[in-house]
Every structure is written in structure tokens, then in C-alpha cells.
Ligand binder design. Structure first.
Ligand code: A2P
Length: 333
């Protein structure tokens, strides 16, 4: 094992074998691969091939969620890869997430069971509460105000207790949260062991410095979603800034003879974060996996540090339409 790289976040373990992805340690000692395949926005029809390709080229971490509505197809790809001897279950890291309609304690176990059935697995490596937002049970996405539930009605603490209960049953080796800041992490800690991981949007335009410091102090692994700025979102705004074409990132990419995507991913890993770029393209899936081998210089990191502007591509406004009890600035606490 090469010695851990000097970084700002969690200790990262580099492998002697450069074809293996470095890992980040969770509190219980388990090792999460620092780069995984994102599956948000990968449609059924695309995601099977993407997961098969990813496993073949060496990915050992797949990031999933019930709301991506493609877990059964991810499961088919996993099952076939196991049967073909491409990878063993114990060599893989699989994360999934509890959807907003299953926050009530009695719904957490059944939601996790459904995800396990869809993925064809007996356990997850990490199960996250997807959002600090609750819906009535069975609502995929509210179209009427009464389809929401408030966090006063369905307190996050009760959801978190149920998550810990699922971990005790062995259905998830680790439990964590997503889209939650320090106050909500503290809420969870108030009822027992706190989250092992927090998955949030993170990239050079939203560097999450305060949250990263809290996570580092508490031993929580931070996973960066939308690391490339999620240009394939249906909610993309016409005037949003492009990370993949940003002049600072372009200049660094040219100097390293790498793509801008690879530089963005290397930046996340250099900070001690786990990163989960989505791709359904064979060449880009392979290219992204090489990012952990790029070493950015202090000057590169300093130039990227200047790009922070608190910009969210996924701003949560889709949960806050007329009649919703949620407001955008309250989500990001
Ligand atoms: P595709 O799936 O066709 O490869 P994010 O991970 O931030 O959500 O970004 C995902 C988007 O970035 C998708 O549109 C994906 O397209 C694209 N993408 C993924 N990897 C790369 C890459 N190496 N270079 C350019 N675009 C990429």
C-alpha cells in the first residue's frame, strides 16, 4: 500500500496496483472506493450496459437509489456480472437511498427490502436517507400539497432510528444521509450513532468547505454528487455555468494532458471525498476511472479553490412548488 495522500478530508488509501481505485475508510473500518459509477439519470435501457461496462473496466462501487427507478436493471447487470465471474459481491460497494415517501419508521424496512429485491442483493454497503423531505406513503412525486408530509409530522430522528434498526438487522452495513448539513447530522446524532456518510452536491462551484470540516471532525465520509455539474439534468437552466468548459479547469486539463472531467474528479478525490460521476458511455466510463491517478499540484488546487461560488445545480426548488410546505433555504441546513 502506498502511503495515504495528504488531503483535506478523510484519509485516503492508495493502492500499489494503480489499476485499483483508492479507498476511503468509514468509521467501522470498511473501505469505500473513492470513485463509483453514478446511476441518477441513467434510464432503464442504458443503465444495464453502463453497469456491465463499469464492472468490466474495474469499477467496484455503484451508487443507486430507489427514485432513479432503474434498480431492477442495475440488479440484472450485477447478477450477470456475478454469474460470469467478473466480480464477487464482497468486492463491491453498493449504496442506495430511502425515498421521501418512506420516512415513517414502519416504511423504512419494506423500502430497503424492495431495493434489495430489485438489486438482487442480501445487503447494501451503505443506505442513505435521500432528502430531508417527506411525502405521504406511495407518492413518487407530489402533484398536490396534501401529498407532502412535514418533518414535524415525520421527524427525521424517527427515520434515523429506523435506519439504525436496519443496520442492526444486517440489511445495510452502514447508514448515512444525503442532502443534509451539520444541524441535521446533529439531529441524527441526538438519537444514537450518527451517519457514517453524507452524500451532497459538491464540485468547484460548490466546495462545501464548512460541511467538509464537520464531516472530517466527525469521521463522516462525504460523497460528492453532480461532480461534473450534471449537464444532462432535465431541470438544466439556460444560463447555468459549465464546469466541463470552465477556463480554469480547461487550462489545468491541458497541462496534465487530461480531460476536464478527469480534473474535476481528481479534485474531489484530492480533497478526500468519494465521487460518483454518472456516465452511460463506454469511453467516458473508462476515462473517469483513471481520475484517481492524477495528482493535482498545490497551484492547481489553489486555482480551483478560487472557483467556489456557492452555486447549486440541484437547488431543490422542485420540492418547493406552490402549496409545498418546504422552502429552498430550509432544505440546505
Ligand atoms: P454520458 O452519460 O453521456 O457520458 P454528473 O456526474 O455531474 O451528474 O454528470 C453526468 C453528465 O456528464 C452526463 O451528461 C454524462 O454524459 C457526462 N459525462 C460523464 N463523464 C464525462 C466525461 N468524462 N466527459 C464529458 N462528459 C461526461
Amino acid at each position: 500500500m502506498r502511503s495515504p495522500r495528504c488531503i483535506l478530508g478523510a484519509p485516503i488509501h492508495l493502492e500499489e496496483d494503480m489499476s485499483k481505485t483508492p479507498t476511503v475508510s468509514l468509521r467501522d473500518g470498511s473501505r469505500m472506493p473513492a470513485l463509483g459509477l453514478g446511476t441518477w439519470k441513467s434510464t432503464p435501457g442504458e443503465v444495464y450496459e453502463a453497469v456491465r461496462v463499469a464492472l468490466e473496466v474495474g469499477y467496484r462501487h455503484i451508487d443507486c437509489a430507489a427514485i432513479y427507478q432503474n434498480e431492477a436493471e442495475v440488479g440484472r447487470a450485477l447478477g450477470e456480472a456475478f454469474a460470469a465471474g467478473v466480480v464477487k459481491r464482497e468486492e463491491l460497494w453498493i449504496t442506495s437511498k430511502l425515498w421521501n415517501d418512506a420516512h415513517r419508521p414502519e416504511h423504512v424496512g419494506p423500502a430497503l427490502e424492495q431495493t434489495l429485491r430489485d438489486l438482487g442483493l442480501e445487503y447494501l454497503d451503505l443506505y442513505l436517507v435521500h432528502w430531508p423531505i417527506a411525502f405521504q406513503h406511495g407518492v413518487v412525486f407530489p402533484s398536490k400539497p396534501e401529498e407532502y408530509a412535514t418533518l414535524a409530522e415525520v421527524p427525521l430522528e424517527r427515520t434515523w432510528e429506523a435506519m439504525l434498526g436496519q443496520r442492526a438487522k444486517g440489511r445495510a452495513k452502514n447508514v448515512g444521509v444525503s442532502n443534509m448539513g451539520p444541524p441535521r447530522i446533529a439531529l441524527c446524532e441526538g438519537v444514537g450513532e450518527g451517519p457514517s456518510g453524507d452524500q451532497v452536491e459538491c464540485h468547484p462551484h460548490l466546495q462545501q468547505r464548512e460541511l467538509a470540516a464537520v464531516c472530517r471532525d466527525k469521521g463522516i465520509v462525504l460523497t460528492a454528487y453532480s461532480p461534473l455539474g450534471s449537464p444532462d439534468r432535465t431541470t438544466k437552466k439556460a444560463d447555468e455555468p459549465s464546469l466541463l468548459e470552465h477556463p480554469t479547469i480547461r487550462e489545468i486539463a491541458e497541462r496534465h494532458d487530461k480531460s476536464t472531467a478527469q480534473i474535476l474528479l481528481a479534485w474531489s478525490i484530492a480533497r478526500g471525498f468519494v465521487v460518483i460521476p454518472k456516465s452511460v458511455n463506454r469511453a467516458r466510463i473508462s476515462q473517469n476511472l483513471e481520475a484517481p491517478n492524477i495528482t493535482l499540484s498545490e497551484a492547481d488546487l489553489a486555482a480551483i479553490a478560487e472557483m467556489d461560488r456557492g452555486y447549486r445545480y440541484v437547488d431543490g426548488s422542485f420540492f418547493c412548488r406552490a402549496g409545498s410546505p418546504y422552502q429552498v433555504d430550509e432544505i440546505w441546513r
